[in-house]
Design a protein around this ligand. Structure first.
Ligand code: NAD
Length: 249
């Protein structure tokens, strides 16, 4: 039920953090991986190959929609088809809301939301062409539910990721395409480095997590495999929080 043997999965932001961990988890379940990032992904490639599946790197800057067509085309040329898309690449820029710049707003929203949407659309078109159905998994956030502090563009984009996930799911379910999302809690990656370096904020957050620890990238591996597998065929438009209980407090 959870096997991904013979499937092809595209994962954006595959070089580090959650993206790398999801590449490893999906390959462990049997999927071949198309990793997308701005720079080489040698570490991820090594980890995937240790699991006995293939890794194909596509270098692309997702700050614009320009590389989208090439990403799908390269993936199909390499593996003959695609089955899974994980929209993981994302950025955060911190500044007081009163001073937040238009440039930071555009950069954050373009990658976190606009590229996520149009890459999903391109994958969906390929799934329809293949008549295969497919799985799209978007990476949301605790700030898909809460407002946050000094991250207005990030919060707006991650709220929108949840909304777009539902909108896409509604229209594409009829093609056997499942669009869902994962909302990670506070995980130890580059994305949270500034927060973790602020001892006061780090401990405030830690105290509020029922699980009693920050998350590790590997903590979302099981959920991405589940949503990418046939076990999730009847799940549409839902966001699963993997947050150590943060939202339940
Ligand atoms: P990260 O900074 O290590 O990863 C971000 C990834 O996005 C990197 O692989 C980076 O190369 C890629 N990326 C950024 N800009 C890009 C661009 N222009 N083109 C191509 N790739 C680009 O941090 P992470 O925590 O692994 O973040 C992954 C996702 O998880 C993001 O969407 C983030 O918002 C989300 N998230 C993280 C946390 C957390 O606590 N770490 C919590 C909730 C959500």
């Amino acid at each position: 039920m959870f096997s991904l043997k013979g499937k092809t999965a595209i994962i954006t932001g595959a070089n580090t953090g959650l993206g790398q961990a999801m590449c490893v988890a999906l390959s462990k379940a049997g999927a071949n991986i198309v990793g997308v990032a701005r720079r080489e992904m040698d570490d991820t490639e090594k980890l995937v190959k240790q699991n006995g599946t293939e890794f194909y790197p596509v270098i692309a800057d997702l700050g614009t929609t320009e590389p989208i067509e090439r990403i799908i085309k390269d993936a199909v040329n390499r593996f003959g088809r695609i089955d899974i898309l994980v929209n993981n690449a994302g950025i955060i820029r911190r500044e007081d809301a009163i001073d937040y710049s238009e440039n930071d707003w555009d950069d954050v929203v373009n990658i976190n939301l606009k590229t996520l949407y149009f890459l999903s659309q391109a994958a969906a078109k390929q799934f329809v062409k293949q008549k295969s159905g497919g799985k799209i998994i978007n990476i949301a956030s605790m700030l898909s539910y809460q407002g946050g502090i000094r991250v207005p563009a990030y919060t707006a984009s991650k709220h929108a990721v949840m909304g777009a996930t539902k909108a896409m799911a509604n229209e594409w379910a009829k093609y056997n395409i499942n669009v869902n999302a994962i909302a990670p809690g506070y995980m130890a990656t580059n994305n949270t480095e500034q927060l973790r370096n602020d001892t006061k904020r780090y401990n405030e957050i830690l105290e509020r997590i029922p699980a009693g620890r920050w998350g590790e990238p590997s903590d979302i591996g099981g959920t991405v495999v589940f949503l990418a597998s046939s076990a999730a065929d009847y799940i549409h438009g839902f966001t699963i929080a993997v947050d150590g209980g943060w939202l339940s407090r």
